[in-house]
Design a protein around this ligand. Structure first.
Ligand SMILES: Cc1cc2nc3c(=O)[nH]c(=O)nc-3n(C[C@H](O)[C@H](O)[C@H](O)COP(=O)(O)O)c2cc1C
Length: 186
């Protein structure tokens, strides 16, 4: 039967789940030196207690930092810093200081060692709850200790007239959302 469906290679099946919200995760080494990694693979997994998960390949420098120091901050960047966001996803903290190179500003977090990123609009401070190897990535599951956003951009939902979140299509391509909200009545 002709279904009108075409096969997608299994190696790119995950792209059917894109575009995905991009986050900048900050972490530290044992001496307290900060690094930042760009991630498209993050998700909330529990409301109460508040828990989020991020998926990081073992070869990333940030993987070894989070495994050792067991803390991270999920920062939400916007289109204002899309270049810096791509940079942090294409260079490794093993060989460069991404805060210095991008001029993103580290500010002290409230409850964890890794800094928050000033230019981001929201921050979730997390303590590692559990890590699970899943195929070629590690799922770092983090308990959210505290979360906060820039004044005036978030009132239980982001105000998309003020905030342009970054979504990753694939490769070097990003999109954002237009504030056309649909609320079906059931
Ligand atoms: C838009 C974008 C999204 C990315 N998402 C992920 C991801 O979800 N998981 C991952 O392991 N790497 C992801 N990467 C790749 C890492 O960000 C990249 O390898 C980075 O240089 C690792 O930095 P580090 O070695 O300092 O940890 C992504 C890269 C980009 C540009």
């Amino acid at each position: 039967m002709e279904t009108g469906k075409v096969e997608v290679p299994l190696s790119s099946a995950y792209r059917l789940l894109h575009p995905r919200l991009v986050v900048l995760v900050s972490c530290v080494d044992e001496a307290g030196k900060a690094n930042v990694i760009t991630l498209a693979w993050s998700m909330p997994v529990s409301i109460n207690p508040p828990i989020v998960a991020i998926s990081i390949a073992p070869k990333r420098y940030s993987h070894q930092l989070i495994e050792k120091t067991k803390e991270f901050v999920v920062n939400i960047p916007t289109m204002d810093i899309v270049r810096e966001t791509l940079f942090c996803g294409r260079r490794s903290g093993k060989t460069c200081d991404k805060f210095k190179e991008t001029r993103l500003t580290p500010l002290p977090a409230k409850m964890v060692q890794p800094p928050i990123i000033k230019e981001c609009v929201a921050h979730l401070e997390c303590k590692l709850h559990k890590q699970i190897t899943v195929g070629d990535h590690t799922l770092f599951i983090g308990r959210v200790l505290t979360a906060y956003a820039d004044d005036g951009v978030f009132d239980d939902k982001f105000d998309l007239k003020k905030v342009k979140p970054i979504y990753h299509m694939g490769g070097d391509d990003f999109v954002t959302l237009v504030p056309e909200i649909v609320s079906p009545r059931l």
